[in-house]
Every structure is written in structure tokens, then in C-alpha cells.
Design a protein around this ligand. Structure first.
Ligand SMILES: Cc1cc2nc3c(=O)[nH]c(=O)nc-3n(C[C@H](O)[C@H](O)[C@H](O)COP(=O)(O)OP(=O)(O)OC[C@H]3O[C@@H](n4cnc5c(N)ncnc54)[C@H](O)[C@@H]3O)c2cc1C
Length: 264
């Protein structure tokens, strides 16, 4: 069984957004730490590696669409136990919106061939939309299983998972192939081993271009411009304490005021 873990490299969690005088936005990390594997994707990678360790997955391929620098995050995935890594990188694919990213990821998953499970994180800590996994599922035509908190069984062309809902959990069984998005309850990510880090540092990661994926048009989608980032102005308002001889009197005054203000 071939598994893809789809990951994103993001600014470190200590980085802050900086807007310069020209309105250009960048990330600045006060601690000077490099970009990291998106923290939500640590669970993604761990679950992929567990499918190899506990459910006989033969290949666990870490995949990202990003800049050359994203190789660092892919190396973290290799150090955690992924068997391969693929970087999709091309000037034509820079700054894609989530739909374009999903098209590129779906094309790469198809090119990897015979993938049965594609695992994603809940969201990326910079873009934060949480849209990518379901868009990839749509592009592939595979069943999306979102907010998965446990993979219970997998085999015989079927998968059973537990999904986390607002007010409980549900168990779902469906046919493979599937796209899964994970929540942090699914596992406890491991630290990369020393041997894994050494091996990962020597790894040559293949880079697939837009042309390799048949997306020389730039994945046919719009690009994201986030050059105007600003804080929401604080909400105005004041507090008025309502005095009265009894709770009933206070309630009447309050009701009259709400009526006057046309709130009720
Ligand atoms: C500050 C900021 C704001 C943005 N706002 C928007 C916006 O409003 N609309 C929009 O369409 N795009 C937006 N983008 C672009 C968007 O970040 C990228 O398209 C991105 O690759 C996917 O969206 P996301 O970051 O929201 O990821 P999410 O959908 O939140 O990520 C969910 C999961 O999908 C996988 N994933 C996400 N990105 C990649 C990737 N590049 N390669 C491999 N796997 C991946 C990971 O498993 C991740 O855990 C924004 C980017 C930034 C930096």
C-alpha cells in the first residue's frame, strides 16, 4: 500500500507578521529560527509512518508544493520515517491559491501512482484555510474523511476511521482510495531520530516541475496577494450599570432600553 503525506513548510510558531511602509508583508522570527514543518503536519507524518509500522504500508511519500527551501521540511519527514519525499516546485506555481495548490497536489498524487491513502493536516498555520484536503479529494474524485481522530482498520480495499465531531465522535467505513485530514487527537508525533536525521541529510529529493505535472499553465488558478494586512480596529462601546430596587425593576429598565435602541 502506497501512502502520501501532504505537508507544508510554514514560518516558525514564534514568527510575527511585519508590514513595511510600502505595505509589503513578510514574516519575522524574533528568535531567528528557520521555517518549520507545519505543526499540524507533524500528526500527518506520524500517522503515515504508523501505517507503515502497523498496517503494512510499503511507501510513505512526503509531498509538498513550495519553494526550494521546503526541502528542509521534507527532510524532517524523512527523519521521522517517511520512505520518500517529493518537492513540487516551479516559478509557475508560486503563490497559488488553495485551488491551484490542490490541483498541483492531486496531479502529483496521480503521478506517484497507485496511492491508496493521502493524509493531510487540519490546517496550515500561515494560510489557515483548512480547504486544501477537501479540494484535493474533489480533484482526485476520492472520498474525503475529515477531522479523523483514529484509523481503526485498513485492508481489503476498505478503511474504517473515527471522526471527531463538535459533540462527539462517529465511525465511518468506506472504500479506498481516500483523502484524510487529521486532528491532534490522532497520535503523539515522534521526534526525528539521530540516525533518521543523518539519513535525511544525505537524501536527494526529486523536484517535479509544473510541466512534469501537465500544469505548465500554472495550475490554471488565481494567485494569492496578501499585501494588505492590517489589524481590525478595536470595537467601540461603553458599559452602563443598571440600578434598580429589585431584579424585576432592573429587568424592566433593561428591556425598555433594549426596546429604545431597537435591539428587541
Ligand atoms: C497569510 C496567507 C493567507 C492566505 N490566504 C489565502 C486565502 O484566503 N485563500 C486562498 O485560496 N489561499 C490563501 N493563501 C494561500 C494558501 O496558503 C496556499 O494555497 C496553501 O498552499 C494552501 O492553503 P493553506 O495554507 O490555507 O493550507 P490549509 O488548507 O489550511 O492546509 C491543510 C493541510 O493541507 C496540506 N497543505 C497545505 N498547503 C500545502 C502545500 N503547499 N503542499 C502540500 N500540502 C499542503 C497540509 O497537510 C495542511 O496541513 C494564503 C497564504 C498565506 C501565507
Amino acid at each position: 500500500m502506497k501512502v502520501v503525506v501532504s505537508i507544508k513548510q510554514t514560518p516558525s510558531t514564534t514568527a510575527v507578521l511585519v508590514v513595511d511602509n510600502g505595505g509589503k508583508v513578510s514574516w519575522d522570527d524574533p528568535g531567528g529560527k528557520p521555517n518549520v514543518l507545519n505543526p499540524w503536519d507533524e500528526y500527518t507524518v506520524e500517522e503515515g509512518v504508523r501505517l507503515k509500522e502497523n498496517h503494512g504500508a510499503t511507501d510513505v511519500i512526503a509531498l509538498t508544493v513550495g519553494s526550494e527551501e521546503s526541502q528542509d521540511a521534507l527532510k524532517t519527514c524523512l527523519a521521522m520515517g517517511c520512505t520518500e519525499a517529493i518537492l513540487v516546485s516551479d516559478p509557475a506555481l508560486q503563490g497559488l491559491d488553495t485551488l491551484g495548490t490542490a490541483r498541483a497536489l492531486a496531479a502529483a498524487i496521480n503521478k506517484a501512482g497507485d496511492v491508496q491513502v493521502a493524509i493531510f493536516g487540519r490546517q496550515a498555520i500561515d494560510g489557515d484555510t483548512g480547504q486544501t484536503p477537501v479540494q484535493v479529494a474533489r480533484k482526485l474524485g476520492w472520498t474525503p474523511l475529515t477531522f479523523v481522530s483514529a484509523i481503526k482498520e485498513i485492508g481489503g480495499g476498505k478503511i474504517t476511521v473515527e471522526r471527531l465531531l463538535d459533540d462527539g465522535k462517529e465511525t465511518v467505513t468506506t472504500s479506498l482510495p481516500v483523502v484524510i485530514s487529521t486532528v491532534k487527537e490522532i497520535n503523539e508525533p515522534r521526534y526525528p531520530s539521530l540516525m533518521g536525521i543523518r539519513k535525511a541529510n544525505r537524501a536527494e529529493i526529486p523536484v517535479w516541475s509544473a510541466t512534469d505535472l501537465g500544469l505548465a499553465d500554472g495550475a490554471g488558478s488565481s494567485h494569492v496577494d496578501w499585501s494588505n494586512v492590517y489589524s481590525i480596529p478595536p470595537r467601540g462601546g461603553s458599559v452602563q450599570m443598571i440600578e434598580g430596587d429589585s431584579v424585576e425593576a432592573q429587568a424592566k429598565i433593561l428591556a425598555d432600553k433594549l426596546f429604545e435602541e431597537k435591539v428587541i
